[in-house]
Design a protein around this ligand. Structure first.
Ligand code: HEM
Length: 465
């Protein structure tokens, strides 16, 4: 049962995009179950947005939410004392196995060292033309729509983000059928994984939800497993690398001590992680960005002016990306309001005192970009869409400490630079080609499972310029 949205409205020249109306009080165990079944952000209550630290207890779990910034820093910095929680690791298992996103301790440190080179600055420059090609293909898909009708941008953003990953990982574009299998597969995976998690939190049997999430993950893997297998076999048969892409970097990666490469299963785990962590998050953020720009026509016109002045009709070059500061700030502001990873769960590994609470081993400790970035102690008018706040020197400390859509500390997102570059190229390409308009009365509803997505899509009108 969902709560009504608030926001989605213009007041005093400012747009406040939609979010669930927080409950006045903490809900009972029963209502938390009912609301959490579909979306974590629907369990929050008014005080959640300002409290320094909160707690929720279910029959299967003691959960604490840390909002106070020094606590957040401590948790995110200490990756040994506060590893990824085993329930999250188990939930993600069918999709990403034991890979860099889910591993802990020394195992994580080794995996991270092995995949880092694929995302360094030089590798990033190399991906730019592939991102531009994916953005151009999206523009062509959008041109094919009848401008008098609305378009659901959610699957389109999944297609372009998955296409970017396909081109940069494997050097091949993703076709429409593959994009659709991925969009449906991941939606199914999220739904079943959410249900399986709720059952665990309440110590109930999983009633087949875990197996269903496993089948959904297998359907996604089937889209790219043959490509990985063929490249793995060719590489180990001594064939020259066919392309200088992320998969080539992963095949060349060596264990820092033993010098051994990834096994096939390990490689599939890393590829699945990069594929899922890399397209689902970007797709969600770009959908919400286009929605906010459709509603805020003044900012939309300003972004278009910036892109036309810096890039004209040509490709979005690397030096132009650095200069497209408003476009970048629009994306940053959307990541503040709609962080695709809204909750980051860690595990308490030894008895720990935090504020007035004594946390026992096994407890879940959650850091929430959704709450921290919408906390009025950190940001003025926190629910309003205002990209100019990133130009305001008074917000410098908040930008450093209270803006963490890519996480924080050593486990921060390895794809942050990749995602920012991709978003600027795609948003700039779309905005200079089309006028975007919202559909009156059609307000999207954010729901948060593993990632934050619009519940029933986002419909917009695109008119070619
Ligand atoms: C807007 C887009 C993105 C957002 C908001 C995002 C967000 C995040 C967050 C919050 C984390 C840390 C989670 C935690 O600490 O619990 C993370 C980790 C990670 N992300 Fe991203 N991400 C994005 C794009 C990407 C891209 C494009 C890639 C790869 C192509 C990627 C790959 C990864 C990987 C591999 C990790 C695990 C890092 C580690 O644990 O060492 N992400 N991401």
């Amino acid at each position: 049962m969902a709560l009504p949205n608030i926001g989605g409205e213009h007041r005093d020249g400012r747009f406040t995009p939609p979010f669930p109306d927080p409950h006045p009080k903490k809900s009972s165990l029963f209502w938390r179950f009912v609301r959490g079944w579909n979306s974590w952000i629907h369990v929050l209550f008014a005080k959640s947005y300002t409290m320094k630290m909160g707690e929720i207890h279910t029959p299967g779990l003691h959960m604490y939410i840390a909002n106070e910034l020094p606590l957040v820093r401590r948790i995110m910095a200490d990756w040994r004392a506060f590893p990824k929680h085993h329930l999250l690791v188990r939930t993600l298992g069918p999709a990403i196995g034991n890979s860099v996103f889910s591993a802990n301790g020394d195992d994580w440190a080794t995996q991270r060292a092995m995949i880092n080179p694929a995302f360094q600055q030089t590798a990033l420059g190399h991906t730019l033309p592939m991102m531009q090609a994916a953005a151009n293909a999206l523009v062509e898909r959008l041109r094919a729509y009848d401008p008098s009708r609305s378009v659901d941008i959610d699957p389109l953003m999944t297609h372009v983000a998955a296409d970017v990953i396909f081109r940069t990982l494997f050097s091949v574009p993703l076709d429409a059928a593959g994009a659709q299998r991925i969009y449906r597969g991941f939606n199914r995976f999220q739904r079943h994984a959410q249900s399986a998690s709720m059952m665990r939190f309440y110590r109930l049997p999983s009633f087949g939800f875990f197996n269903r999430s496993r089948r959904a993950a297998a359907a996604i893997h089937a889209v790219f497993q043959p490509i990985v297998q063929a490249r793995y076999d060719a590489y180990h048969a001594g064939a020259a690398a066919p392309a200088d892409d992320i998969l080539a970097a992963l095949l060349a990666a060596r264990h820092p001590e033993s010098g051994r490469p990834f096994t096939f299963d390990e490689l599939m785990g890393q590829v699945s992680t990069i594929f899922l962590a890399g397209h689902e998050t970007s797709a969600s953020a770009m959908s919400w960005t286009l929605y906010c720009l459709a509603e805020d026509q003044t900012t939309q016109a300003a972004v278009r002016g910036e892109v036309e002045a810096i890039c004209g009709d040509g490709p979005i070059a690397a030096d132009a990306i650095r200069r497209l500061s408003l476009t970048r700030n629009v994306f940053r502001e959307t990541l503040r309001l709609y962080p695709p990873v809204a909750f980051m769960p860690r595990e308490v590994t030894c008895p720990t005192q935090m504020r007035d609470k004594q946390l026992a081993p096994g407890a879940m400790l959650v850091v929430s970009p959704w709450l921290i970035q919408r906390n009025e102690d950190n940001w003025a008018c926190p629910h309003a869409f205002d990209p100019t706040r990133f130009d305001d020197a008074a917000n410098r400390a908040a930008m450093r400490e209270a803006w963490l859509p890519f996480g924080a500390g050593p486990r921060t997102c390895v794809g942050q630079g990749f995602a920012m570059q991709e978003a600027v190229v795609i948003l700039a390409s779309v905005i200079r080609t089309f006028d975007l308009a919202p559909v009156p009365g059609d307000v999207p509803e954010p729901v948060s499972r593993l990632t934050l997505r619009p519940k029933n899509g986002i419909r917009l009108r695109f008119t070619p310029r």
